[in-house]
Ligand binder design. Structure first.
Ligand code: ADP
Ligand code: MG
Length: 290
């Protein structure tokens, strides 16, 4: 019977790490003709490495230890990179008080009596003036596909860290396979436009950059308003609203608990190609039922 075929497909998917939360989601997946991907942790490994540390005042280790203090409670991929760099240098981290993550911007906290911010250059520029030559140095790193986080203390920029996150091994081929099936793909990212374009060029995908979480949600809505059936794939860090706004929200393997809760489906093994596999499973199953 029909329910039996759907149950069998859900079970077969689960066995391959394609978690689909029920028959209604499986049916909806068949209609998907646009997929919006988060960048960090979804199209990329989400395991950035610190590549450069620049101190405007003090030394590199001083910038790194304050950055580490700010990120101590964060699970953001950039936080993980910064904490790994602190550990590699065996830095003792001061305590951070009132740490708050600001989606799409960065993190704030009080450390050693100073009000600190660490985050995107755009967000940092709202809190501290950035001379043109510093912005140019940051832009050069961005053009190399690196993401920069700027450290601000009491309204003055102290320095920055650059990090690089490699695309997932199968990302380019998986995106091409989706395009070959007539499925539109777009990358939505909070990262800056230069970094995002460098990654998008390598992967062959349309790029929308410098987005706040609410922008990602809005763009998903715009695609739906164009008559597209939209899947949104993300790790859920800052992105739960866009996952919820999509026709099908898909959490990417190793994502956050909030992503797994919000999402309609999940690809558990961190393969971009599994998004296409999930759509194919739905199309096959529904074709056999009808
Ligand atoms: P993405 O869309 O690539 O997942 P996010 O929306 O998670 O990006 O973050 C957007 C930008 O905000 C990052 O590129 C970074 O500059 C900044 N940012 C966000 N959270 C943090 C954090 N915990 N530490 C440093 N920077 C952050
Ligand atoms: Mg994110």
């Amino acid at each position: 019977s029909t329910p039996a075929a759907i149950a069998a497909a859900l079970a077969a998917g689960a066995k391959r790490g394609l978690l689909i939360k029920g028959g209604a989601v499986l049916e909806k997946l068949r209609e998907v003709n646009a997929v919006a991907f988060d960048k960090t942790g979804t199209l990329t490994e989400g395991k950035p490495q610190v590549t450069d540390i620049v101190a405007f005042s003090g030394d590199e280790a001083g910038v790194l230890r304050l950055a580490g203090a700010l990120e101590a409670g964060s699970t953001h991929p950039l936080a993980v990179a910064i904490l790994a760099a602190c550990e590699a240098r065996q830095l003792a981290l001061p305590a951070a008080r009132q740490a708050v993550a600001i989606g799409g911007e960065g993190v704030t906290a009080t450390v050693e009596g100073r009000a600190l911010f660490l985050g995107s250059p755009v967000a940092a520029a709202k809190r501290a003036p950035m001379p043109a030559e510093r912005l140019a140095a940051i832009e050069a790193l961005n053009a190399d596909g690196k993401t920069v986080a700027v450290l601000v203390a009491d309204g003055a920029a102290l320095g920055f860290l650059a990090m690089r996150d490699e695309p997932r091994a199968d990302a380019a081929s998986a995106l091409k396979a989706l395009a070959d099936q007539g499925i539109r793909t777009v990358m939505l990212t909070g990262d800056n436009a230069r970094t995002a374009r460098a990654v998008g060029r390598d992967l062959g995908i349309e790029v929308r950059a410098q987005l706040m979480p609410a922008d990602k949600q809005r763009i998903v809505g715009e695609l739906k308003a164009q008559g597209l059936t939209v899947a949104k794939v993300g790790d859920g860090i800052n992105d739960a609203p866009a996952l919820a706004a999509a026709d099908v929200g898909i959490a990417m393997g190793g994502g956050t608990d909030v992503a797994l809760e919000t999402a309609d489906a999940a690809v558990l093994h961190g393969r971009v190609a599994d998004v296409g596999a999930m759509i194919a499973l739905s199309r096959r199953t529904m074709a056999n039922i009808r």
